[in-house]
Design a protein around this ligand. Structure first.
Ligand SMILES: Nc1ncnc2c1ncn2[C@@H]1O[C@H](COP(=O)(O)OP(=O)(O)OP(=O)(O)O)[C@@H](O)[C@H]1O
Ligand SMILES: O=P(O)(O)OC[C@H]1O[C@H](OP(=O)(O)OP(=O)(O)O)[C@H](O)[C@@H]1O
Ligand SMILES: [Mg+2]
Length: 292
């Protein structure tokens, strides 16, 4: 077990193979980190940043970070909460979004969480399920399974289940209906609470700044358009975030080019209004990173 570590190389835990793997590696590459073939090794050195990745099962990540074996980890909030891990959550990341829900056979007599008293619940999340039952003053038997939980009611191992849901397709395919969400989850970047050297802390700050820039850029687009000079004020009203756009005169008399950054969620709603205001030649470009 490591305590105060004088080395500066950050060790980051990433799921080896599963739902979070590609998105986490894409994020790391998106912030400029380059790795040699991570398919073949469990410990992979970064070529251009003082970082190494430890590729392990997601269930092991909270404990590795808690113990200081890894300084940081990318893992589902569900896994961190189920482990009751003593770690610091640095960032929520908008992938691996899912929820832990109670689900019961469609045709059965359990129609809400209130019907759970005295029933058997199959789950891979006994801690979160128990906490939910306690918070509702309910009493039920928990049957812990490590996978394929959806099949448990059909096998008569349990009356209901709690499991992760995103589209609901798996529940539907197994004749189950979702009754109630007990935990909302997304991927989190977590940090060890063990003491870290100043060098590592500085490196984590740098790492976080890059992630912040990447997250901002992911949600933003660079937009360019041409418009009559007389329409600039109206266009500013249409895009509230447009405080001080770059406005450049064009060779055509009375026409300007307007450049600014917008959030992607608002873009499509604004597009028609921009056209009505006289904007033409609207070009929208992705942004690689945004540094304050
Ligand atoms: N359907 C889903 N949609 C979105 N995110 C999900 C979904 N199911 C799971 N997740 C998230 O992805 C994480 C990893 O899921 P995965 O199914 O790859 O885990 P696993 O089978 O336990 O993998 P491992 O072999 O590493 O133990 C989950 O803990 C959860 O945070
Ligand atoms: O609501 P849905 O979109 O259908 O997703 C839910 C399913 O996704 C997860 O399993 P996954 O596909 O990751 O497989 P695993 O359980 O074998 O790890 C989860 O355990 C559910 O079974
Ligand atoms: Mg797992």
């Amino acid at each position: 077990m490591r305590t105060l570590d004088s080395s500066t190389s950050l060790r980051i835990a990433v799921q080896k193979s599963g739902r979070l793997t590609d998105k986490t590696l894409n994020l790391l590459e998106g912030i400029g980190l380059k790795f040699d073939d991570y398919k073949r090794s469990l410990l992979v050195k970064c070529r251009n940043f003082d970082v190494e990745l430890l590729l392990i099962r997601d269930d092991d990540i909270p404990e590795y970070v808690e113990d200081g074996v890894c300084d940081l980890g990318f893992v589902g909030a569900n896994t961190v909460a189920e482990d009751e891990a003593d770690v610091t959550i640095l960032r929520g990341l908008d992938y691996g979004v899912c929820r832990l829900s109670i689900a019961a056979p469609k045709a059965g007599d359990i129609q809400s969480a209130a019907d759970l008293n005295g029933k058997r619940i199959a789950t891979s999340y006994p801690v979160l399920t128990r906490k939910f039952l306690e918070s509702k003053g309910l009493s039920a038997d928990i049957v812990t399974l490590s996978g394929s939980v959806e099949i448990a009611p059909r096998l008569e191992i349990a009356d209901v289940i709690t499991d992760l849901v995103s589209t609901g397709g798996t529940l539907k395919a197994n004749g189950l209906q979702e009754l109630e969400t007990i935990f909302d989850s997304e991927t989190q970047l977590v940090k060890t609470n063990k003491p870290l050297s100043e060098g590592k802390q500085a490196l984590i700050e740098k790492f976080l700044q890059r992630i912040e820039g990447y997250q901002k850029a992911e949600k933003s687009r660079y937009i360019m358009m041409n418009a009559p000079e007389s329409a600039v004020d109206e266009i500013k009203d249409i895009i509230p975030s447009l405080k001080s756009p770059t406005v450049m005169p064009l060779a055509d008399n009375g026409m300007v080019a307007i450049h600014t950054v917008i959030t992607i969620t608002t873009f499509w709603d604004l597009m028609e209004n921009l056209k009505d205001a006289g904007a033409t030649g609207i070009v929208v470009l992705p942004i690689e990173s945004m540094i304050a």
